[in-house]
Design a protein around this ligand. Structure first.
Ligand code: AMP
Length: 227
């Protein structure tokens, strides 16, 4: 039997699910390299590469960039990372992308964060801003003294387009439609691990226990722990 001391994982979760927090805890605990497809694309845009300029309008409009482009970019980055263990974030987003990843690398586990849409909506729609000053309030942990009004000027607060209930619902629905087939794909391969809950701090211990069992001991030692 070939002993492969590498661990390759994908993390999936809707916007507002705590994916960023869980990703950084995983990479810190287990010493995995983190590769985010959004970061790779944004780096291209920042560098004003030909591809970055080409992709900018797609990204600005929140549309997916073509499968062949993103697959080529991500697979090249993964090859550059050589013999290392990694956590892939934001890719794959379609079955075509998942298949292209599969054709080159073995994915050991797909961590799926399953947070009820109602919880995410509450989280994302609780942010209100005072437009002219940029002051930000959060109804849950930093509410204005008078509901709906800025503390300093008394002027009405508004919500950013991205944070309104209608936009958030639309984003979540789009995520669900997009990723459902990818989740099914990984479920059928037997590598999907779903973690459900409403709070990141309650989900995290389950992810930690799961990965501690999964990740080879030698990898955990290199990553400085994970207990
Ligand atoms: P993110 O930071 O993951 O939300 O990605 C930002 C934007 O980059 C997305 O809205 C898409 O336009 C693009 N993008 C990132 N990952 C992918 C992917 N796997 N497939 C297609 N487009 C992507």
């Amino acid at each position: 039997m070939v002993v492969r001391n590498l661990f390759r994982a994908v993390i999936m979760g809707p916007p507002g699910s705590g994916k960023g927090t869980v990703s950084s805890r995983i990479t810190e605990s287990f010493g995995l390299q983190h590769l985010s497809s959004g970061d790779v694309l944004r780096a291209h845009i920042k560098a004003k590469s030909e591809l970055g300029l080409l992709m900018k309008s797609c990204i600005d409009q929140g549309q997916l960039v073509p499968d062949d482009v993103i697959s080529r970019l991500i697979l090249a980055s993964l090859r550059d990372m050589g013999q290392s263990s990694w956590l892939l974030d934001g890719f794959p987003r379609t079955v075509v992308q998942a298949e292209s990843l599969d054709s080159v690398f073995t994915v050991d586990t797909v961590i799926n964060l399953d947070v009820p849409f109602e919880t995410i909506k509450e989280r994302l729609t609780s942010r209100w801003v005072h437009l002219s000053s940029g002051r930000v309030y959060n109804i849950d942990f930093n509410p204005p003294r008078i509901p709906g009004l800025d503390d300093v000027t008394g002027e009405p607060l508004t919500q950013r387009d991205d944070d309104t209930p209608v936009t958030v619902s639309r984003r979540l629905k789009a995520y669900e439609n997009q990723t459902q087939p990818v989740l099914e794909y990984y479920r059928s391969k037997g590598v999907l691990a779903t973690f459900s809950g409403t709070e990141t701090n309650k989900i995290w211990p389950h992810v930690l226990t799961f990965l501690t069992k999964k990740i080879p001991q030698s990898q955990q030692a290199r990553g400085g722990g994970g207990a």
